[in-house]
Design a protein around this ligand. Structure first.
Ligand code: COA
Length: 334
């Protein structure tokens, strides 16, 4: 999907995020599974992750608070929104959507609201859809959220899954802008459902493939073939960034920040090195927050935005991949 001459531009008016206070360190995990701080840091780059208090926090509360923060930065109210999209695979309920509940909590009535299921690609997918709807003239102001309470679907006896994931939400407020040069310059989304069973959350036993039937992980929890996902991610991540940069004529020198899904430091580093992108242009927070699926890119974007690292002069790139298998990119000028 390429945007060239469009009647409207899209402005990012504000960003926000929310992470729970509770921390789960690698040393905490050694009390739950057979692992070590050194192994986790070396294989993933993660030192600690944030964990919701299930009695009072979850995907809905984080999504609500992240979007509220973004509205505050934009100096806007919920009632200014005409659409809310929440990228998530950890909604508390399949109906209603998290987006509808967030809309009610922030007085964003009668804004349209829906959840988008693209796993770790959820925030970038949602940003791409939102900006296309604004450019088409259908919506004027959209609240985009990526929110995930991954710890609600992690089996803490599984040492491959439990070490990776944390909870977080990130959000952005997008508005129509008269300058068509502002906004998303290029976006791409894709999926290869043939690899669905390398990262999945089965609700019924009959969905589990024969080769995973003996896996002791309870229904409703995430199952992951780490090696398969790693193989897919290392190649796809590089390809997606390369595609986004070449289609927009960006080079490692001219690109701004490359805002990557925080999956595993080795996956990010391998892509960064192969593409020759300087270290300071690829933001890393996986050490502190782990992999928060759809929460991760929005969280990174908010932290970069608030630190003044998203420059007007240089387009930035968002890139993600995850369950589905899915992938997405977006190149933005602010
Ligand atoms: N602690 C200590 N040892 C562990 C371990 C843990 N948490 N998890 C696995 N091991 C062991 C394995 O049992 C294996 O031991 P063996 O050689 O005696 O059989 C060894 O470490 C290597 O296991 P392997 O599965 O090859 O590790 P890895 O280097 O592939 O790392 C992941 C595992 C999960 C960190 C890695 O595969 C990964 O990051 N995959 C991608 C996951 C991802 O990004 N998912 C989200 C996508 S959005």
């Amino acid at each position: 999907m390429t945007q060239i001459a469009q009647p409207f531009g899209v402005r990012i008016r504000g960003t926000g995020s929310c992470v729970p206070e509770r921390r789960l360190t690698n040393n905490d995990l050694t009390k739950l599974v057979d692992t070590s701080d050194e192994w986790i840091i070396q294989r993933t780059g993660i030192h600690e992750r944030r964990v919701c208090d299930p009695s009072s926090e979850g995907t809905f509360t984080m999504a609500r608070d992240a979007l509220k923060n973004a509205l505050d930065m934009a100096e806007m109210k919920g009632s200014d929104l005409d659409l809310i999209i929440v990228g998530t695979v950890t909604a508390e309920m399949t109906c209603p959507s998290v987006a509808a509940r967030v809309g009610a909590a922030l007085d964003a009535i009668p804004a349209a609201a829906f959840d988008l299921s693209a796993a770790c690609s959820g925030f970038v997918y949602s940003m791409n859809i939102a900006q296309a709807l604004i450019r088409s003239g259908q919506f004027r102001t959209v609240g985009v959220v990526g929110a995930e309470c991954m710890t609600s679907i992690v089996d803490y006896t599984d040492r491959t899954v439990s070490i990776l994931f944390g909870d977080a939400a990130g959000a952005a407020i997008l508005t129509r802008d008269p300058d068509p040069r502002i906004g998303c310059l290029y976006s791409a989304m894709g999926a290869d459902g043939r690899g669905w069973d390398s990262l999945y959350i089965p609700r019924r036993a009959q969905e589990i493939p024969a080769n995973d039937i003996d896996n002791p992980i309870a229904l409703g929890n995430l199952r992951m073939n780490g090696k398969e996902v790693f193989r897919f991610a290392v190649t796809k991540f590089r390809e997606v960034i390369e595609d986004a940069m070449s289609k927009t004529g960006l080079t490692p020198e001219s690109v701004g920040q490359v805002v990557c899904h925080q999956s595993n430091i080795r996956i990010i580093e391998s892509a960064r090195e192969k593409l020759g992108i300087p270290k300071e242009k690829v933001y890393i927070n996986i050490d502190r927050f782990g992999n928060s699926s759809a929460g991760s890119v929005g969280l990174c974007l908010d932290q970069l935005w608030r630190a003044g690292k998203i420059e007007k002069e240089r387009p930035f790139v968002m890139v993600a991949f995850g369950g589905g298998l899915t992938w997405a990119s977006g190149v933005w000028r602010v």
